[in-house]
Write a protein that binds this ligand. Sequence first.
Ligand code: ISL
Length: 568
Amino acid sequence: MPTANAPWWTRAVVYQVYPRSFMDSDGDGIGDLGGVLRRLDHLADLGVDVLWLSPVYPSPQADNGYDISDYQDVDPLFGSLETLDELIDQLHRRGMKLLMDLVVNHTSDQHPWFMESRSGPDSPKRDWYWWRGPREGFAAGDPGAEPTNWHSFFSGSVWNLDEPSGEYYLHLFDRRQPDLNWENPEVREAIYEMMRWWLDRGVDGFRMDVINMISKDVDPDGSLHDGPPLPGGPYGDGSASYLCGPRIHEFLQELHREVFAGREGSFLTVGEMPGVTVEEARLFTDPARAEVDMVFQFEHVDLDHGPSKWDPRPLRLLDLKASFGRWQAALADAGWNSLYWDNHDQPRAVSRFGDDSPECRRDSATCLATLLHLHRGTPYVYQGEELGMANHPFAGIGDFRDIESINHYAEARAAGMPADALLAALRRMSRDNARTPVQWDASPSAGFTTGTPWLPVNPDHDEWNAAAQRKDPRSVLAHYRRLIALRHEDPAVALGDFTMLLPAHEEVYAFTRSLDGTTLLVVCNLSRNPQPLAELVPDAVSAELVLGNLDVADPAVLAPWEARVVRP
Ligand code: ISL
């Protein structure tokens, strides 16, 4: 990425709103667009540039809106198209942009496209989805008759039998989320038309849900193939057939051409890409190829568990350094990184990678933030992360609402896994940790709603809330504000070259960012142990402090969870 003429989003910070849990304006216990409008000053005060809005479209809410039944409207649960227009307008007045969530790998099974497709094998939209007969030698409905052995992200088979036609349809996620068939050009054109409609309405870009799954590896005769068997069950791993499939680059280039080419404006596209490799990411984000501006990759959030996310393990800092270091290097001269710890699918970073004990919570949250925001790439802040919100103390399985958690528990219990072990994994890894209401103040419902919140507020909100932090210059919130301002002020934060230091140190994460002869040195102590900075990075000791998360007690020692950005 050349420094001159670098796109606007290299200097931007994106804030993700998960509307259901952000702010409720009508007392039904579910956040809504009216609530987002009421809290825009929080975003402006933080200094973020872009709001990414998780889905607000009409939806049966099987997966909290990631199951869309109408792409061109707003669910009454959240407001109306008029409220959304008001949001676009209010954001633009404050100099912010709006990124819509684009979920086009699949629709809801209640989308008119799917209802038409399901009406029978002769439907003109039959081929808009993936319909297949039972496996050869099997009758529809027989155990093992599914066309392939792939396991769904949300448990069970990816195939659901439609009794009347005796055919199965594909759903990589829940059975209420059938996959669209991007091989069909009519499907692609319908999607591009819908995207152009949103841009005409004034939105500034899209976060593209599981966009690297839209191209499936299908034979010319329509066959799809089994994947290698997964341990402990009848299913296989189909990912080789749907992650970055054969036509993915072609589809994204076509999308870019059909939707953005020749359009006036400054847009942002970010593709969510589970399982994407750094080599592929470089291709996706090379501006010369005109596919997407950046991708969400998952390598760093996959480091603290085994092959399944439900098998959590402690993060080893060396693994994190190796991973981030590789992504920084590989996208240094072409392509661009997105930077995140948290989103609506991930447990809270302070509980997961930091230390949410009372002594370390504030310092580890601000240390992690400093580490991430000083990398080269565009940082994403997930609602509540800027307050140091932590995982929720879920008591039992009845407290969880997420389809992924609930399905996994049922499947694993049926396979004989003990309830205690399952609950322990859910408490650490469930997506519901990210989805408890934002903690605005210390009142009983944390200022989120006047009704009963759809997911309980974290009991720690009496201490950890925005109102308290706004008044406190040492708060996590104040620290995020400073980090975001620093990116806006200092071009080296946005565009400087990245060099990893101390790659083999197990507790200190250190690196430099250099641009046009100026250098920033970043040192972060990701542990409870004081670190001899004078020995480790002598240059950092007497350097000018640009930003730090603690009052420096001893310049030669990096205190537990201390982070410093200095100019040597
Ligand atoms: O959350 C995950 C970790 O277990 C992933 O498997 C997640 O489902 C994957 O990252 C895709 O996420 C996106 O698509 C899903 C939706 O449920 C997620 O909320 C969304 O971010 C299906 O639309």
